[in-house]
Design a protein around this ligand. Structure first.
Ligand code: PLP
Length: 380
């Protein structure tokens, strides 16, 4: 077993060896520009189109509805600004939630400085929003709804298809940030009834620096960047072929191994929780509702513990993240935990533990032992 044991798969994942293998020829020898008409150019173009088809298969869309970007942040910017700008003559009202990643909220804040109005839908103590609140927030000038599929900190899965039905009924474009859900739970764009969906490569065993945006055919969108004609001119710039090939392969592997991976993540997450509860009892407080949660995510607070002290105390043994940030001695709790109305004490005692597709029983049992020992020591 490799130490420290990595249990922060929602932050990022390692590159899958099958993905790395697929990328190597494009690193070592097939270097042509995809826009060139000679053979190493054409091979690169074909590699991009193969990747597009692999992604499309995973989320059940047409390959030409997939656009490659550099990351989920770019996909979210492209979706939200692109739809806002393309529809500003129709209206300037956008609906989002109170628990989005900064890659959505900061875009909304930027748009609010440009005359757009943003409504933030609140969530309950489990991080769940009520679609009825969305229905209520819709106005004649609402042009976009952007709600994340699954939350990165607590794992809560939103009722996206219900919201999609509401958006469709009211003729409003609907975007979801699926950075955390692709590869972990089903992300069929038709079942979800979304018009745009964000994909983050490095959350599903592809490299960092690649993302994608699904844009349903017929959706009017303005460019963020202007240049040549790559990605149908919507996202110009010479393509990152190496990473694109990686993302395509990662999606193929994610689809092929979907059930097995989901099962492994769930079993390891639950083994961890059961182990902690059996040794620490009611000193363990789970944030969110595990019945409606990503299979790999556990947001948990330990009574009378500083999450920062804990994470740093165990960092030679296991790697996890915290639900609060500590800058110059001041602790601020995450906007997600705030939106869930968690009290300060619980929020600053919260850690996020996220398992991966290959997390083993041995790693989990070791993590339980390390956590329990550390908590017993730190709460003395
Ligand atoms: N959206 C969600 C839900 C995320 O969890 C993340 C990363 O943690 C992002 C967007 C941003 O991803 P990236 O930094 O790869 O652009």
């Amino acid at each position: 077993m490799k130490r420290p044991v990595y249990l922060d798969y929602n932050a990022t994942t390692p590159i899958d060896p099958e993905v790395a293998k697929e990328m190597i020829p494009y690193i070592e020898s097939i270097y042509g520009n995809p826009s060139s008409s000679y053979s190493i150019g054409r091979s690169n173009k074909e590699a991009i189109e193969k990747a597009r088809a692999q992604i499309a298969e995973l989320i059940n869309c047409d390959p030409d509805e997939i656009y490659f970007t550099s990351c989920a942040t770019e996909s979210n910017n492209m979706a939200i600004k692109g739809i806002a700008w393309a529809n500003r003559h129709k209206g300037r009202h956008i609906i989002t939630s109170a628990i989005e990643h900064p890659a959505v909220t900061e875009v909304c804040k930027f748009l609010s400085l440009q005359g757009f109005e943003i409504t933030y839908i609140s969530v309950d103590q489990f991080g769940m929003l009520d679609p009825k609140q969305i229905k209520k927030a819709i106005r004649p000038d609402t042009i976009l709804i952007s709600i994340m599929h699954a939350n990165n900190e607590v794992g809560t899965i939103q009722p996206i298809s219900e919201i999609g039905a509401i958006a469709r009924h009211n003729n409003i474009v609907f975007h979801t940030d699926a950075s955390q859900s692709v590869g972990k739970i089903e992300t069929d764009v038709n079942k979800l009834k979304v018009d745009l969906l964000t994909i983050a490569g490095h959350k599903l065993y592809a490299p960092k620096g690649i993302g994608a945006l699904y844009i349903r055919k017929g959706t009017k969108i303005e460019n963020l960047m202007h240049g040549a004609n790559q990605e149908k001119g919507i996202r110009p710039g010479t393509e990152n072929v190496i990473h694109t090939v990686g993302l395509g392969k990662a999606c193929e592997v994610a689809l092929r191994d979907f059930k097995q991976n989901q099962h492994n993540m769930l079993v390891s997450r639950d083994r961890l929780l059961n182990g902690l509860v059996s040794q620490l009892g009611n000193r363990v407080h789970v944030n969110g509702n595990l019945k409606n949660c990503l299979p790999n995510t556990l947001s948990v607070a330990f009574e009378n513990i500083s999450a920062h002290a804990l994470a740093s105390f165990i960092s030679n043994d296991i790697l996890i993240s915290t639900g609060s940030a500590c800058h110059s001695g001041e602790t601020t709790i995450s906007s997600v935990l705030q939106a869930m109305n968690l009290d300060f004490r619980t929020a600053t005692a919260t850690v996020r533990i996220s398992t991966g597709k290959h997390t083993s029983e041995e790693e989990i049992d070791f993590a339980i032992e390390v956590l329990v020992n550390a908590i017993n020591k730190l709460s003395l």
